[in-house]
Write a protein that binds this ligand. Structure first.
Ligand code: 5AD
Ligand code: SF4
Length: 366
């Protein structure tokens, strides 16, 4: 019987690529079995708890030209902004006063000295305003190991750098062919982050043009083989002002992309039991309850947006990004009630570090 075979697969000690392909291709009825298993593993290994990370979209200035992204340098139709120090500190204060315990500062990629210094200064000021207690995650693309170490010394302790796809071939289709967009360089940056002491997060987009189910199964194996601490992944959403938009007719439907994203979350929880997994905004774009569903199927982190409303429209990585008009206060109370409704608690005042990171470090020093 089909159901028995799905059951037999998810209860295996180690899932092979073929198993993952089979599970990613499961029918709606079969995926219910996968979701249930993921929920059990989540409850057992990380608890039914969600951690908030206040998200600050620091700047949409970016030197890169990724073919999928709305804030790519080549998009001349978007206004560019960079928050002032006061705006960043105000958002940090909101996070601190609302017991979020932790921040994510995200930005387009820049490597100039002035930028690197400014971020360093901001990290120190945020640490100061919270008596060293507010945790800080950075997501600022590929930098030198020296920069990663400098920011770490200034107070950042987690870093998110998505590989976007673990397939070198697909990566090369999604980016211009030049030194600035290089698969090996991305891998090297992930290694540098690990060496510098960060909890390291990566992720992929799901439902990209040219992407196969095999690619996605390999993405899951990549997370596992890289021994990653955190993952943020979400559906690919087309943006009209990008080169990839011309392939929109080849995409899976929005519902299919969403469902595939939920399966990716659930399978990742099954194969990496103690990592942190984010319920991302792109999931919410395709389904208003997308983040809550991801939480039920294995995710345990949410990033409520703290960026001042006047800049939200410019941080359009993809079309229809939600939350353009939802201020931080509304977003907090909305999420709080939704999360309670699904029977989970919120880890207020807790950093909610990746348990996997702690275990990885104990093992390394043994
Ligand atoms: N759809 C979904 N996610 C996107 N990102 C960029 N463009 C898109 C898109 N069109 C994601 C990438 C990147 C992060 C900043 O936003 O994964 O790492
Ligand atoms: Fe820049 Fe990141 Fe967008 Fe690429 S995905 S263009 S690096 S903001």
């Amino acid at each position: 019987m089909l159901e028995t075979s799905i059951d037999a697969i998810i209860n295996k000690e180690i899932l092979t690529k073929e198993d993952l392909v089979r599970l990613l291709s499961s029918s709606e009825e079969e995926s219910a079995v996968v979701f249930k298993k993921a929920a059990e593993i989540k409850a057992k290994y990380v608890g039914r708890k969600v951690y908030f990370r206040g998200l600050i979209e620091y700047s949409n200035r970016c030197k890169k030209n990724c073919f999928y992204c709305g804030v790519r340098a080549g998009n001349t139709q978007t206004g560019r902004y960079e928050l002032t120090d006061d705006e960043v500190l105000e958002a940090a204060k909101f996070a601190w006063e609302n017991k979020y315990a932790s921040l994510v500062i995200q930005s387009g990629e820049r490597n100039d000295k002035a930028f690197i210094k400014r971020i360093g200064g901001l990290l120190q000021s945020i640490k100061q305003l919270s008596g060293g207690k507010l945790g800080i995650t950075l997501s600022m693309g590929e930098q030198t190991e020296e920069t990663y170490r400098y920011w770490y010394d200034c107070g950042a302790h987690r870093y998110l750098l998505r590989i976007e796809t673990s397939s070198r071939k697909l990566f090369e289709k999604l980016h211009p062919h030049n030194a600035l967009h290089c698969y090996d360089r991305r891998l090297e940056a992930l290694h540098s982050l690990k060496k510098s002491g960060y909890q390291v997060g990566t992720g992929v987009m799901i439902g990209l043009p040219f992407q196969t189910i095999e690619n996605l199964a390999e993405d899951l194996m990549f997370f596992k083989n890289f021994d990653i601490d955190m993952v943020g992944m979400g559906p690919y959403i087309e943006h009209e002002q990008t080169p990839l938009y011309k392939y929109s007719d080849q995409l899976l439907s929005r519902t299919e992309r969403f469902n595939l994203s939920m399966k990716m979350v659930a399978l990742l929880r099954i194969i990496m039991k103690d990592i942190n997994i984010a319920a991302t905004t792109a999931m919410q774009t395709l389904d208003p309850q997308g983040r809550e569903k991801a939480i039920l199927y294995g995710a345990n982190v949410i990033m409520p947006n703290l960026t001042s409303l006047k800049y939200r429209e410019d941080y359009m990585l993809y079309a229809d990004k939600p939350g353009i008009t939802e201020d931080p206060e509304d977003s907090r109370s909305y999420l709080e009630s939704r999360i309670k409704m699904i029977g989970e608690t919120i880890g207020y005042n807790e950093w909610g570090d990746s348990k996997h990171f702690a275990a990885r470090n104990i093992n390394h020093t043994d």
